[in-house]
Design a protein around this ligand. Structure first.
Ligand SMILES: NC(=O)C1=CN([C@@H]2O[C@H](COP(=O)(O)OP(=O)(O)OC[C@H]3O[C@@H](n4cnc5c(N)ncnc54)[C@H](OP(=O)(O)O)[C@@H]3O)[C@@H](O)[C@H]2O)[C@@H](O)CC1
Ligand SMILES: Nc1ncnc2c1ncn2[C@@H]1O[C@H](COP(=O)(O)OP(=O)(O)O)[C@@H](O)[C@H]1O
Ligand SMILES: [Mg+2]
Length: 309
């Protein structure tokens, strides 16, 4: 699978400056991740817990979990409703998967909450939301994580949908760093308003990030990363990424980079850049119509290689 990127992609066929360059201020952080001590072990590279999945969406947490590993964190654990745990574990033998109690609709049930919070205790980063659906216990889960998890909590997809239903005054005192990774539709749900013009949406997203004291990644063509003060657009990637599951890959990847010690703002920017480069590599080898999120995962090692060179 990986070989086809090595042989087909334009990066390895000698074209000049094939990718938009990584912003200079990220180079030192990126190279710290590439340089591994000979006596290192997996726990040097952080532990990420992915919380997600529901009866019809086993793939989303699996993609996020695989992106944690391709993003070079040492260990990933994935917590899903129990009925889909064997399916998620079947994606790759390196995944550690926990099945938690579910409700009648195939979402996490209220009885899952204590178990999920206990699993979070040993994680450096929690990624919550991919494929989680819209069950009745999920707003409570997201509120409790928001208020109690002392390190980075990254909310994506249905984690964001749950957040959108919470009164903002209950989000004022998070216990740790917070990151949100909405696409434009999810961003509008968070804002509770329709905003179809991209520049106006970016301005509202920036103000929202400032209000919540969070890093926000507004995905799409030229993804915006903002912490409410600093605004940076990502230059890599392209329309081949407009396919199901690529956002799940991004959330796991950013979680992995943060678990290795990058600041949330650095992790979001480097993650968006690597994800975009992997998307360009997959597109070059397979075409935009032909590529899938799994191909973006498979191209991530070559994106790391692009960074190393
Ligand atoms: N294999 C799996 O398990 C997978 C599971 N997945 C899981 O599916 C769940 C639903 O997530 P979702 O993002 O697909 O749908 P949803 O939250 O309803 O938002 C879509 C609505 O928003 C709007 N919209 C506006 N701008 C937009 C934009 N830039 N990008 C996208 N949409 C945009 C758009 O409206 P439109 O613009 O078309 O009018 C549309 O109506 C979630 O749990 C996710 O993790 C996926 O990850 C795939 C793989
Ligand atoms: N036209 C595009 N150009 C560049 N990147 C894109 C484009 N369309 C989608 N993407 C990227 O693909 C990913 C899609 O995420 P998301 O909408 O959450 O998908 P999913 O929920 O199916 O995983 C984001 O990283 C987004 O920036
Ligand atoms: Mg998504």
């Amino acid at each position: 699978m990986i070989d086809r990127f090595r042989t087909d992609c334009r990066y390895h066929s000698g074209m000049d400056a094939p990718f938009p360059p990584l912003p200079q201020d990220l180079l030192a952080a990126a190279h710290r991740l590439l340089a591994r001590a000979p006596d290192c072990h997996k726990y040097d590279f952080g532990r990420v817990l992915v919380i997600g999945g529901s009866r019809s969406m086993a793939g989303a947490p699996a993609l996020a979990g695989m992106a944690v590993l391709r993003g070079a964190a040492g260990v990933v654990e994935i917590a899903v409703p129990q009925a889909i745990a064997p399916v998620v574990a079947g994606f790759d033998p390196a995944l550690i998967v926990h099945g938690l109690p579910e409700d009648g609709g195939g979402h996490f049930g209220a009885e899952a909450l204590d178990g999920l919070l206990a699993l979070a205790q040993k994680a450096d980063v929690v990624v919550c939301g991919p494929g989680m659906g819209r069950g009745p216990a999920l707003a409570d889960l997201v509120e409790r994580l928001w208020q109690s998890f002392p390190r980075l909590l990254l909310l994506d997809a249905d984690g964001l949908n749950a957040l959108a239903g919470l009164p903002r005054e209950r989000l004022r005192a998070p216990a740790g760093s917070r990151m949100l990774t909405p696409h434009a539709g999810e961003m509008q749900r968070l804002l509770g308003s329709v905003c179809s013009e991209r520049a106006a949406l970016e301005a509202e997203a920036t103000a929202y990030a400032a209000e919540l004291d969070a890093v926000l990644v507004l995905k799409g063509h030229r993804t915006l990363v903002t912490d409410g003060v600093r605004n940076q657009h990502n230059a890599s990637g392209g329309p081949g990424l407009a396919t199901a599951g690529t956002g799940d890959v991004l959330s796991g990847l950013i979680g992995a980079l943060a678990a290795q010690g990058l600041t949330p703002f650095e992790a979001a920017r480097l993650g968006a850049w690597l994800h975009g480069v992997a998307g360009e590599l997959a597109c070059e080898a397979l075409t935009a119509p032909g590529m899938t999120a799994g191909d973006v995962l498979d191209a991530l090692p070559m994106a790391w290689k692009a960074l190393a060179e």
